[in-house]
Design a protein around this ligand. Structure first.
Ligand code: NDP
Length: 449
């Protein structure tokens, strides 16, 4: 499919002219605009209000220098970003990514996706994303701390509990959130819920760490159940071995599946007896080591160099939980040839457009990222709620709410797909359901951005 509606195509072509180098951003916009065709054809009021032209431009982009001193006393300089994309339905909300591949295109694609994802959760959160091209890998704790403090020194001027509430993402876990939270508190002299993913000792929410991985499995369970299937007895492969992947592994196992392969950016492990998430947790969160270390714990497992090979491992359910565009057409074809029945995106935009089309043509159940991985930000929303009320819910309470939210997101996406005349197409459904709420709010608020 392509954008055929002349108005939407005009908006897209203009972006292409303005930002030809922003490939990831254009890819994300292309998918959303393509999905919105049936809506725009029925809603001339949205065209008149310029909603589409406005929604594809961030309300604000903040770009800044992050200087810090390494352990050898040498001055290092990185680039910091915060893209405050849309605040129509609530304060900006979205994670921060620290990875050498971070650039404006990646930040804008993630911020754009976040608008619709946050809307799908049903909670009042606008869309944003931030980060830096800093690589925490191989850095000492002291270096990471100095970097985070410098990053927050600038970011603090632009965020606040009612303005913009960042969280974690690739390369930003509990350690980094802690350093940033400490620096924000020191600068502003206030203890507020300005970040989510905080430690339990500092206003964090139980189940936030697990939320994205758990939520992805809850969403997939709904999708599977609607098609008479479940995780029970299925072989699952999960790419990545970070936050999302680890807890997707735990939940899929609890739901009766066997997780047979996981990866990092160097390679993947294969363990037909089922990967124990606790080992991954120890390798990644405690030792900060590579996934091949898994063989020290389970010598019968196999390690293969190169991360894309994981998609050639025969499985029933594939859950990409590492990074964008990690499943290309070749990987999709390999999965389909091996009989995959469902794909659940834990990472953001992990499948290329060609891969998504191949899955859909082959009748593979496909859970798109902005719906499937919304459990993380939803639970961040619950963390904000608990902070405002100055109380803490139990793990079970948060988990129950998360389950309810993922169920509602599945229903919203599925109903919207049906209403658009494309039943089962959750890509179209999630885009439309996420968009409509934001569009109505933008229209109601007038031309303020
Ligand atoms: P982490 O930093 O905890 O883990 C990322 C994992 O992906 C690591 O195992 C990393 O391996 C691997 N990885 C990174 N790049 C590649 C690559 N090119 N090929 C193979 N593996 C790679 O990040 P998260 O788990 O938090 O995030 C993973 C994905 O989920 C991202 O797309 C993120 O945007 C998305 N997401 C995260 C949420 C959250 O709550 N954390 C919420 C919603 C979405 P290595 O160590 O070798 O780099």
């Amino acid at each position: 499919m392509a954008i055929t509606n002349a108005y939407l195509k005009g908006v897209y072509d203009n972006l292409l002219k303005l930002y030809p180098e922003q490939k990831e951003f254009l890819q994300a916009v292309d998918e959303v605009l393509e999905s919105l065709q049936p809506v725009i054809e029925k809603r001339p009021d949205l065209v008149e209000s310029g909603i589409i032209e406005r929604i594809v431009e961030p309300e604000r982009v903040i770009l800044f220098r992050v200087s810090w001193v390494d352990d050898n006393g040498k001055i290092q300089v990185n680039r910091g970003f915060r893209v405050q994309f849309n605040s129509a339905i609530g304060p900006y909300k979205g994670g921060c990514r620290f990875h050498p591949s971070v650039n404006l295109s990646v930040m804008k694609f993630l911020g754009f996706e976040q608008i619709f994802k946050n809307s799908l959760t049903g909670l009042p959160m606008g869309g944003a994303k931030g980060g830096s091209d800093f690589d925490p890998k191989g850095k000492s704790d002291a270096e990471v701390m100095r970097f985070c403090q410098s990053f927050m020194t600038e970011l603090a001027k632009h965020i606040g509990p009612d303005t913009d509430v960042p969280a974690g993402d690739i390369g930003v876990g509990a350690r980094e959130i802690g350093y940033m939270f400490g620096q924000y508190k020191r600068l502003q002299n206030e203890f507020t819920g300005v970040l989510t993913g905080k430690s339990l000792f500092s206003g964090g929410s139980l189940a936030r760490t697990e939320a994205t991985g758990y939520g992805a499995c809850y969403f997939c369970s709904e999708m599977l159940a609607a098609n008479g299937k479940s995780y029970e007895g299925k072989k699952v492969i999960i790419s990545g071995s970070g936050n999302v992947a680890t807890y997707a592994c735990q939940k899929a196992t609890q739901l009766g599946a066997t997780v047979i392969a996981m990866s990092d950016s160097n390679g993947y492990i294969y363990d037909p007896n089922g990967i124990d998430y606790k080992i991954i947790q120890e390798i990644k969160e405690v030792k900060r080591a590579r996934i091949k270390t898994y063989l020290d714990y389970v010598p019968t497992a196999k390690y293969t160099e190169g991360c894309s090979g994981i998609w050639t491992v025969p499985c029933d359910i594939a859950m990409p939980c590492a990074t964008q565009n990690e499943i290309n057409l070749d990987s999709a074809k390999a999965l389909i040839a091996n009989g995959v029945i469902a794909v659940g995106e834990g990472a953001n935009m992990p499948s290329t457009p060609e891969a998504i089309a191949a899955f859909q043509e082959a009748g593979v159940l496909f859970a798109p990222a902005k719906a499937c991985n919304a459990g993380g930000v939803a639970t961040s929303g619950l963390e904000m709620c608990q902070n405002s009320m100055r109380l803490s819910w139990t793990f079970e309470e948060v988990d129950e709410r998360l389950k309810g939210i993922m169920k509602n997101i599945y229903k919203a996406a599925s109903d919207a797909a049906e209403a658009a005349g494309q039943p089962g197409n959750l890509v179209v459904g999630a885009n439309i359901a996420g968009f409509l709420k934001v569009a109505e709010a933008m229209k109601w608020q007038g031309v303020c951005y």
